[in-house]
Structures are given as C-alpha cells and as structure tokens.
Design a protein around this ligand. Structure first.
Ligand code: ZN
Length: 149
C-alpha cells in the first residue's frame, strides 16, 4: 500500500466525469487500498478516486470508524435535509455550509463487483453526497450557501 497525492482545486481533472469501474481486479484493489491509507493519513471522511487522479467511479466514505467502499455508486433514495459546514481534502482550508439530504440510500458494488445497498444518516449521508458529486466533476464549493471564516 502507498499514500497517494491528493489532487488540489485548480487541477482540471477534478472537473472531469469519472468512468464506471468494469474490471474488479487486483489493480482496483490496490487503488482502494491506497485510497484507504491516504484517507486515514489525512483523517478525512471521504475520498473519491478522482482525488488521487484516477477517473473511475470509486469512493471511500469513513464515518463512525467504518470504512465503506462504494464502486459505481448511485443514490436511489433521499429524505429530509441538513445544513451543516462541509470541507474537502481537495479544497484545503475552505469551509462552508451546504444543504444535503439527512438520509441517503446508495446502491453500489463492492470491490468484487457484488451489488449492495446502504443507507446513511447525518454525516455519512453528507459524505455519500459529497463523494458522489466528485464522480461527476462536482465540488462542494459549487453548492456552498455561506462560507465560514
Ligand atoms: Zn471532496
């Protein structure tokens, strides 16, 4: 495993659309393992593959001491609303409030290609939305209601 460099805002790759993962092989597993090590190193709540320069639809969400790998994730249901501060490892030292659903259900595949569904509330739901936005070139700064000093 290795810690990878996190791409920072201004790099055009962050605005590109990631492609679906079609091969669930050791190369994907190495990417996911490196992303996990990178995310733990910087103590973040989530990381998308594009943030390490790989345009594939794979993200990690790390909340409540649980690391969740989502491959080809799709939001299938949302409920409620939360407006809270948000930040991004690719946009250092910038924080702002963003409106997100309070509850989010995602359908995804695991690292072996097996489909599953997971529901998150609060921070986990926020992280699901934030990371999935990355897969389509979105950044939380596109949605900030109010920047925090
Ligand atoms: Zn981010």
């Amino acid at each position: 495993m290795a810690i990878r460099n996190i791409v920072k805002n201004g790099d055009p790759v962050l605005r590109k659309k990631s492609r679906p993962v079609t091969v669930f092989d050791s190369r994907l597993h190495e990417l996911l393992d490196d992303m996990r090590e990178t995310l733990l190193d910087v103590d973040g709540a989530g990381l998308a593959a594009v943030q390490v320069g790989v345009l594939r639809r794979a993200v990690l969400v790390y909340t409540d001491d649980e690391m969740i790998e989502l491959i080809n994730p799709v939001i299938v249901e949302t409920d409620g609303e939360q407006i809270d501060p948000e930040g991004c490892l690719s946009v250092p030292e910038v924080y702002g409030t963003v409106s997100r659903p309070y509850t989010v259900t995602v359908r995804a595949q695991d690292r072996f290609g097996k489909e599953f569904t997971i529901t998150g509330h609060g921070l986990r739901a926020r992280a699901f939305c934030h990371e999935l936005d990355h897969l389509d070139g979105g950044l939380f700064t596109d949605k900030v209601l109010e920047y925090l000093e």
